[in-house]
Design a protein around this ligand. Structure first.
Ligand SMILES: Cc1ncsc1CCOP(=O)(O)O
Ligand SMILES: C=C1C=NC(C(F)(F)F)=NC1=N
Ligand SMILES: [Mg+2]
Length: 218
């Protein structure tokens, strides 16, 4: 699979990101609207745990599998292995990408969060398949983010790694993500602009159509 294409509209969601919507309905709408990859990120206040979390992950995975959308698990490597996910995303304070690679094998996708050129270098050397950089803008979805970074770190990493897959994250909406692509990101990862949109399918379609324009202009 082409990782750069998978990163175009990378939806990330947990049950507590969906407001009043039913989470599985939000995911199906996002799939119908054209997301290119999905990250199961069940964490934070009132997140599911134990068997309920596992069952919710399986239910999300089933919807992604039916649509051939790659399914990535955030943080929880053991859960990813247990349900046969397509990959894992880890942050700087999670398992090292090299250890995750040993556990997952070479045919799985490993993503790493990075905030600086240094962290990008380390992730790439450790065998990451893509890096997530941000937060580009302020966001209230993740409460412990690093300071708002803008697109500078993406630009720096892109200058050193001309072809390495990079996805931008943090406060991204259809009307503000273009600078991240112009700075060198291959795609955008989104939580609230889809998960808490009044119509998640239409919100996804808008992001996808805007991405087509931005990519063509870039
Ligand atoms: C998980 C994560 N990492 C950096 S910002 C963020 C939250 C992104 O959520 P939103 O797309 O709603 O700003
Ligand atoms: C904190 C995160 C940063 N980046 C990403 C991704 F967009 F997938 F790269 N996912 C996360 N959970
Ligand atoms: Mg993490």
């Amino acid at each position: 699979m082409n990782i750069k294409e998978a990163l175009r509209i990378y939806f990330i969601m947990g049950s507590n990101n969906c407001g009043s919507h039913e989470p599985l309905d939000v995911l199906q709408q996002a799939i119908d609207g054209g997301i290119t990859m999905f990250q199961f990120r069940e964490k934070g206040d009132d997140a599911l745990t134990g068997e309920a979390k596992k069952q919710f992950a399986r239910d999300c995975f089933r919807l992604c599998k039916q649509a051939n959308v790659p399914f990535i698990v955030n943080d929880d490597v053991d859960l990813a292995i247990e349900i046969g996910a397509d990959g894992v995303h880890v942050g700087q304070d999670d398992l090292d990408a090299g250890v995750v690679r040993q556990k997952l094998g070479s045919d799985k996708i490993i993503g790493v969060s990075s905030h600086t050129l240094q962290e990008s270098k380390a992730a790439i050397e450790a065998g990451a398949d893509y890096i997530g950089m941000g937060p580009i803008y302020a966001t209230t979805t993740k409460l412990d983010t690093n300071p708002v970074a803008g697109t500078k770190a993406i630009q720096e990493t892109r200058q050193h790694f001309a072809q390495f897959p990079i996805v931008a994250i943090g406060g991204l909406q259809a009307d503000n993500f273009a600078p991240a692509i112009e700075a060198g990101a291959d795609g955008i990862s989104i939580i609230s602009a889809i998960a808490s949109a009044p119509n998640p399918k239409e919100a996804t379609e808008k992001l996808a159509s805007t991405m087509k324009e931005v990519i063509n202009d870039a």
